[in-house]
Design a protein around this ligand. Sequence first.
Ligand SMILES: [Zn+2]
Length: 52
Amino acid sequence: MLELPEEPDQAEAPLTCVRCQGVLPAPGREAYTCARVHLILARGFCACRPAR
Ligand SMILES: [Zn+2]
């Protein structure tokens, strides 16, 4: 059995800001998963980091 776990650190990286509970900006388009999109719709983006 070489079935490895799906890298929990990467799969369950914190998507939300610990301060405002907003969703942190994704590093790339591929990071916008269904789960992330749902979080964005529910909580909005993190407001702590000003957009560049
Ligand atoms: Zn924040």
